[in-house]
Write a protein that binds this ligand. Structure first.
Ligand code: HCA
Ligand code: CU
Length: 390
């Protein structure tokens, strides 16, 4: 049973996304990304962690100014450790919400913060209260929640709630959750804490970030953390473009304007310097490109045979490649879209040539036009003999 269906996206390209090795956005780029994310319609934008560096702080301030001027409508968030100086700086930027995180698993307490469970509860309570007392909304994130003992995790959540947090971010910091467990966990959390709302922050170390995020929403999560192109620490987190389409397809949730996904993805690709692999879902170059003759014949009759959704919904077009896998129908269709007319015999010869060129991974339009023009300058009988000999 799906408990809550009004889930939205929190885009953290500017915080988690900038934690990708080698990625540094300029202040100008931060502002442009925030503006595009707001236009995309994401409910929340995590604008950065202000105490990281002066440029991150300046970017957050400028983004807040743009919201004051009515150019951004998403809720703005600054990230913070549970540390007085971090919290005060985050609040001072004028964001709507401060998101405080603290590592609560056994290994984080024993090897990172060197605190007992009781000491951690106190630090968390004080941090949340400090931010709340300055008038901002607070999300608390138990870092490494997915590897934290359940009873202690619920103590942590209770502490953050009593201190004034209205949202809890469940972080699968090392990306080891599984969808069915994630759903059960969020169901249990929603039942145990009816006064709170929950976020899912899913890392993609085992490739399950999107599945875990969908499962969390089924279990009652109302916010999914995501980054454009899936950027983030190590292999990143849930990609904004994929979760937006998955929420729409599976749950009829409109968490973003799908027509803007390709533009935002391209902008972040440019600004981050991280090239999107062509076979990346939704916005990758090959996301709607078909190859085998059987597939292409199918989509030419009815695109739904090999597409789960119409690419025009995101302003994209379907395409197919021409190579040894190509069938006659696809080749004839490509020739006609190039304005080329061939006889049946010429088509057969062309097909035969393409099939006997396995070294050509894909024939470009120019190559096809050249082949046709060569075919049409010599007599078909000559060519046909030639092609049989070679
Ligand atoms: C981090 C940790 C974090 C926090 C998530 C959150 C994680 O890099 O600071 O605050 O929602 O994955 O646990 O990204
Ligand atoms: Cu993270």
């Amino acid at each position: 049973m799906i408990t809550k269906r009004y889930a939205g996206i929190l885009d953290t390209t500017l915080r988690e996304g900038e934690q990708t090795p080698g990625v540094n956005f300029s202040v100008e780029q931060r502002v442009m990304i925030a503006r595009s994310l707001s236009d995309l319609g994401v409910r929340m934008i995590e604008t950065g962690h202000p105490s990281v560096s002066p440029d991150v702080l300046e970017g957050i301030r400028q983004i807040v100014r743009m919201k004051d001027q009515g150019m951004i409508s998403s809720e703005l968030i600054a990230h913070s450790r549970s540390l007085a100086s971090d919290i005060d700086l985050a609040v001072s930027t004028g964001v709507d919400r401060v998101a405080i995180f603290y590592g609560v698993s056994g290994s984080h307490l024993s090897s990172k913060t060197h605190r007992t469970q009781e000491e951690a509860l106190q630090i968390i309570g004080e941090g949340v209260e400090r931010a709340r007392s300055q008038g901002v909304k607070v999300r608390f994130t138990p870092e490494d929640a997915s590897r934290t003992d359940w009873d202690y995790l619920t103590d942590v959540i209770r502490t953050a709630e009593s201190a004034g947090a209205d949202r809890i971010g469940i972080a699968d910091t090392v990306g080891i959750m599984l969808p069915w467990r994630t759903r059960a966990m969020f169901r249990q959390l929603s039942r145990s804490f009816p006064g709170l709302e929950f976020d899912i922050h899913a890392h993609n170390d085992l490739g399950n970030a999107v599945g875990n995020s969908l499962a969390a929403v089924e279990g009652g999560a109302t916010i999914v953390h995501a980054t454009v192109n899936g950027l983030g620490e190590r292999v990143g987190i849930t990609p904004t473009q994929v979760i937006a389409v998955a929420l729409k397809y599976h749950m009829s949730i409109e968490a973003a304007d799908l027509t803007k996904l390709a533009g935002v993805s391209e902008m972040v690709e440019r600004f981050s310097g991280i090239k999107l692999q062509p076979n990346y879902p939704v916005t990758g170059r090959y996301a709607f490109v078909h190859k085998s003759g059987v597939h292409v014949a199918g989509i030419m009759n009815n695109p739904s045979t090999y597409e789960f959704i119409d690419p025009s919904l995101f302003g994209r077009e379907r395409d197919f490649t021409i190579d040894k896998y190509t069938g006659k129908h696809a080749l004839a269709s490509r020739l006609s879209s190039l304005g080329l007319k061939c006889s049946g015999n010429q088509l057969d010869i062309l097909m035969e040539r393409i099939k006997s060129s396995p070294e050509t991974s894909s024939f470009t339009d120019d190559a096809i036009m050249a082949m046709v023009s060569e075919l049409q300058t010599v007599s078909v009988d000559d060519v046909s003999t030639q092609s049989r000999i070679t």
